[in-house]
Design a protein around this ligand. Structure first.
Ligand code: MOS
Length: 646
């Protein structure tokens, strides 16, 4: 998004920054801000997507993608579903708000920021202030959650820098929770029109998604809901396209699993509706349409464990207790239902670099500007370095989140583990080569003078391949050669093979209990089964999936989250965590996570595909499908609040 720091003469959305007051205490700054008065002429704002759908326009660079013959597919279907699914505006709400400290020294700017990408922030700041990029340093060693909201430079960051330059002192600027609903973008409201058709045996003959998507008055954000439409199931006749509508709202942005989170609500609920019409079990229906080829590119998937996820989940979740006929399982005053949905997310692999330094005291330092969002990146970076060097994790330290470090990937798109993890592996391999070089070229040692091809470095030692007893420790290599330290840079290498399609897959299962008198829905248990490549750390990966399934626009998206705007003023009404509901511990059921063993070395040298966002996809749909199975009532606009059920 590109916009002037303080907007223009027109106030385009609620929360647009108009000025900044700087003081020596927070209280004085707030009081000063209270005293500022703005005069403006009110106009009727554009708030409701449906009201302006006649002005929707398609983006020239994102035309509808069509394959096959839609009319033929429609004609061949014995059952069809045409339905519209509504996913409202949602906000990220990390517990840590956005916060920036900016300080100048001459023409050099230093910024401590809450960001998912120090390097991207650095570039944007250099660009904004028209100073050389070397003059800007951005530091962010820890992030208290971001979910996409901290992936780009929002305007409070240059405002803090501008204020600091103006007053000649460091300036700290923190967004209050209320401002976390207008300071940094949101998940765009989407209305997805779906059309599905299949033959009696369940073979899909047509899949069509047409999405209406809100955006701001100046940017052209589009939620890529149709990507999943084109690749998830085998179908010869597919169309995915969309239009955007300009509203007086903050520009939307990516929010965990952008595209697939919303796209899966429409596709996976429509699949459930069609299975019901065909009288097929929804797992069987998905298995009939499973494929090892990405229909949108005609390329085979590097790996795809959807079938394994569905079948393992069916056994583990107790799916046999589910009745195909909806509204027929009653426990006391509750109706009980089971739902399933497929999940997928692109396995992203982006350029990343890392450096490893070994000191004479044996300490290992791993450095990359990549971030730990609370996802466990520090932990797995430590593990990868320790494992590949063959040293204990205790002596490995990781530094990240600083532009002075080797350029790591932005923490987004679930790309960090595979990308930076592979860069660390590469750095470790280079470091081992360097130690072999040093050991063989230093005189008087056990491997001195040997050809490097006859010498290995593993498990903290450099030794002769022919006679492993002949060797010395890494630190002795450094001591013998008189080096205080040795270091090596690594990167994650060539792009992936272009002839494959890279996605992670999963299956989400939910059991709900519905009180029809009160309209209350309780998610009683959930199971997510995922094929996400090699799992580097079972504990942090599981935790990622749990978070995705709960907040994840699993329970949150299905039952709670909805940013509401006043249609008269375009103001955000739900500007705090009392009015904007997110799941709490009490809403979180018994959740289990399973990973299908997978080692995808086509995807990345370390075999990982990435886990973060996958846990979100399909979770909301599985809950909505379970509610249908419990009640026979199909609610297509999220969240599933009691008023829509009673
Ligand atoms: Mo994200 S929405 O990959 O920061």
């Amino acid at each position: 998004m590109s916009q002037p720091i303080f907007g223009g003469p027109l106030v385009e959305y609620n929360g647009q920054h108009l000025g900044v007051v700087v003081a020596d205490t927070l209280e004085r700054a707030r009081q000063g801000a209270e005293l500022v008065r703005f005069g403006y002429a009110p106009q009727k704002p554009r708030v409701e997507l449906s009201q302006f759908s006649n002005e929707a326009f398609a983006l020239a660079d994102a035309p509808a993608k069509t394959r096959g013959d839609l009319a033929a597919g429609r004609a061949r279907a014995t059952q069809t579903v045409e339905a519209t699914y509504d996913v409202p505006t949602e906000h990220h709400n990390p517990l840590e708000p956005h916060a920036t400290i900016a300080t100048w020294s001459g023409d050099n700017l230093m910024v401590y920021d809450a960001t998912q990408g120090v390097q991207a922030c650095r570039e944007a700041l250099a660009d904004t202030f028209n100073i050389p990029i070397e003059n800007v340093r951005v530091i962010c060693p820890f992030v208290g959650g971001g979910f996409g909201s901290k992936g780009t430079m929002w305007m409070h960051i240059p405002i803090a820098a501008l204020a600091a330059r103006t007053v000649g002192r460091p300036v700290k600027l923190v967004l209050r929770r209320q401002e976390m609903f207008s300071g940094h973008g949101h998940r765009a409201h989407t209305v997805q029109e779906m059309e599905l058709g299949a033959t009696t045996d369940g073979t899909l003959t047509i899949v069509r998604n047409s999405t209406l998507n809100e955006t701001s008055m100046r940017d052209e954000w589009r939620e890529d809901t149709g990507k999943m439409t084109g690749m998830m199931y085998a179908c010869p006749n597919v169309e995915a396209g969309g239009k955007i509508v300009r509203l007086n709202k903050m520009p939307p942005t990516f929010m965990r699993a952008p595209g697939e989170a919303s796209g899966s609500v429409a596709l996976e609920c429509a699949m459930d509706e069609l299975a019901a019409k065909l009288g097929l079990d929804p797992i069987d229906f998905r298995l009939v349409n499973d494929t090892q080829t990405d229909g949108s590119t005609k390329k085979p998937f590097s790996s795809r464990a959807l079938k394994e996820c569905l079948t393992l989940g069916r056994d583990k979740f107790g799916w046999s207790a589910r009745k195909q006929e909806p509204g027929t399982t009653r426990e006391g005053r509750y109706l009980v239902g089971y739902g399933v949905a497929g999940a997928t997310y692109p396995a992203n692999y982006r350029p990343s670099r890392a450096r490893i330094t070994l000191g004479q005291n044996g300490a290992v330092l791993v450095q990359s500007s990549s971030h730990d969002l609370g996802t466990g990146a520090y932990t797995i970076f430590t593990q990868i370095a320790a494992e590949s060097l063959g040293v204990s994790v205790d002596i490995v330290r990781v530094e990240s989140g600083d532009t002075k470090l080797p350029e790591g990937v932005l923490a987004g798109g679930s790309a960090t583990s595979a990308s930076t993890g592979s860069a660390i592996l590469d750095a470790a391999n280079s470091l081992k080569k360097r130690l072999v070089d040093l050991a063989t070229s230093t005189e008087g040692g056990p491997v001195s003078g040997m050809a490097t091809k006859d010498v290995e470095a593993e498990n903290g030692r450099v030794f002769s391949s022919a006679n492993p007893a002949l060797g010395l420790s890494y630190t002795d290599v450094l001591k013998a050669s008189g080096q205080l330290r040795a270091d090596a840079m690594g990167n994650n290498g060539k792009a992936q093979r272009p002839d494959l399609s890279y996605y992670s897959f999963g299956a989400q299962f939910s059991k709900v209990r519905v009180d029809l008198e009160l309209g209350q829905i309780r998610v009683e248990k959930m199971l997510g089964v995922f094929g996400a490549g090699r799992i580097l750390n079972a504990k942090t990966a599981r935790s990622q999936m749990l978070g995705g399934m709960i907040w994840g626009r699993g329970i949150g998206m299905a039952l709670h989250e909805h940013t509401q705007y006043d249609p008269n003023t375009a103001r955000v009404v739900t500007r705090n965590l009392a009015d904007y509901h997110i799941p709490s511990c009490a809403d979180a059921p018994d959740i289990e996570v399973e990973f299908i063993p997978e080692q995808d070395t086509q995807m990345s040298p370390i075999g990982a595909k990435g886990v973060g966002e996958l846990g979100i996809v399909g979770a909301a749909a599985s809950i909505a499908n379970a509610v249908y199975n419990a009640t026979g009532k199909r609610v297509r606009d999220l969240p599933l609040t009691p008023d829509k059920l009673v």
